[in-house]
Design a protein around this ligand. Sequence first.
Ligand SMILES: [Zn+2]
Length: 287
Amino acid sequence: MKKTLKIRKLLCMLSVCIIFIVSNSFIYEQIQINADDIPAGALPEDFELIEDEDLLTDEELKDHGEVDAEETFTLDDVMKSDFSAVAEEEELPKDGEIQLDSFDENDWKIVLINKQHSIPEDYEFTLGTISTSKGSMKCDERIIPELQQMMQAAKDDGVTLVICSPYRDYERQIYLFNRKIKAYMKQQMSYLEAYRVTAQAVTVPGASEHQIGLALDIVTNTYQSLNEGFEDTDAGKWLAKHSYEYGFILRYPKGKEDITGISYEPWHFRYVGKAAAKYMYDHEMTL
Ligand SMILES: [Zn+2]
């Protein structure tokens, strides 16, 4: 009788222990997820949900957004630009000519901007403006000559490249980010969950290469959705193969999500200069 009581007591204590351990590990996991979700300093102080009714539809959420026709620019548009280019002409290096240690991490061409590295406060650049009847397109003016060369070369190969949303200012980035969060919250997600999913698709404000004019979203005349299907278009294939020859890299490649922290985006290109672009292309690296 005494023995069974002892065993019962022991079992009771054991189950309390197990419950304690299990619940604790659960809390630990929760804390870990939270910390990953919101990197320190990622949220600007003035970050707040913007009230707007211009929400993405379910279809758009699936497609990562349809391109706004008024914000697209063709080769003809880009050729008309009145930039005062200052870019020094860079030759595409030959095979094996470049070493990793020849790159200077302070070089503007390879400046790293992401969730962990927001835009330095003293970062300076000149916006080049390409004006058309539809509107104006802006990007760092130093990349315009090579952008023109790339679009012309694609055209020579029978491929039409169309540029969309090159430069985004901080307000625009916040607007896009909030809009996405809100759309997800409408689908019964919590704010935190919506934030996490949004941060995968839309870059956190202050952490976008679009804000320093070095990133371009590129589509084609017959396919203007920013989604994975772009990789199968002639333009998607041409860019994946040739963009490095003009100093541009596919910034968020498939299979590198753990490094970039961003889902695969076959339409998003980043200017890094010809030497870095060739090095990264040859070594299947990302920034
Ligand atoms: Zn982009």
